[in-house]
Design a protein. Structure first.
Length: 198
């Protein structure tokens, strides 16, 4: 990761892992990758001195089951039609993937604004949602959840061509987040994790 330029997307393919134990540099490498994912920090060891540097490397982890890495967001994929492996090389699929990558890259850097009125409304909504969940005996929404949802709402706004976050983007983001959590909870062995997954 030392040679990667800012904004480079890192894809970790856990589907290629086989059962076994890690040895040698395996554990420190996994720890470094974990720190990159959660803190966007990269540790450099110069033998006589260890230095942590900030990075800008978005990470996507692909896994067939529970990941060995903790991530900010887990999205279980649900196939709605059969997957055709040889379609990946088709020009229309490559073109669609390129357009999607372009949108995501631009969305990260576009200017964006949240009005003071909406900011207050979002804070009130957060407090209200948290109180409702607590009253129902469910795990509450943490400040980290709020910031995560705010970030997704920003991307939702940009994806719709809006430079300013609107209430509709916030509502849609929360609907999608509840659907994501429900899909996560439905996975075998994930029921206890779904409530706490961000």
């Amino acid at each position: 990761m030392l040679q990667l330029s800012p904004g480079t997307h890192v894809v970790v393919d856990e589907t290629a892992l086989r059962p076994g134990t890690m040895s040698g540099n395996g554990v420190p490498n996994i720890q470094a990758l974990q720190r990159l994912i959660l803190d966007q920090m990269q540790d450099y060891d110069y033998s006589f001195h260890r230095l942590a540097m900030p990075t800008d490397l978005p990470v996507l982890v692909l896994s067939e089951g529970a990941s060995i890495l903790q991530t900010d967001c887990q999205v279980p994929l649900h196939m709605t039609r059969p997957f055709v492996l040889n379609a990946i090389g088709q020009p229309h699929v490559q073109d669609a993937a390129l357009r999607l990558r372009t949108v995501l890259a631009i969305a990260r850097v576009l200017p964006h604004h949240v009005s003071e009125a909406l900011s207050a409304r979002l804070s009130d909504d957060f407090v209200q949602r948290r109180a409702c969940l607590t009253a129902e005996g469910k795990p509450g929404i943490t400040p980290e959840d709020f910031l995560y949802r705010l970030g997704i709402s920003r991307l939702m706004a940009v994806a719709h061509g809006d430079a300013e976050l609107k209430w509709e983007h916030w509502v849609k983001t929360n609907e999608m987040e509840e659907q994501r959590r429900a899909r996560l909870a439905a996975l075998p062995g994930r029921r206890s994790q779904a409530a706490t997954a961000g």
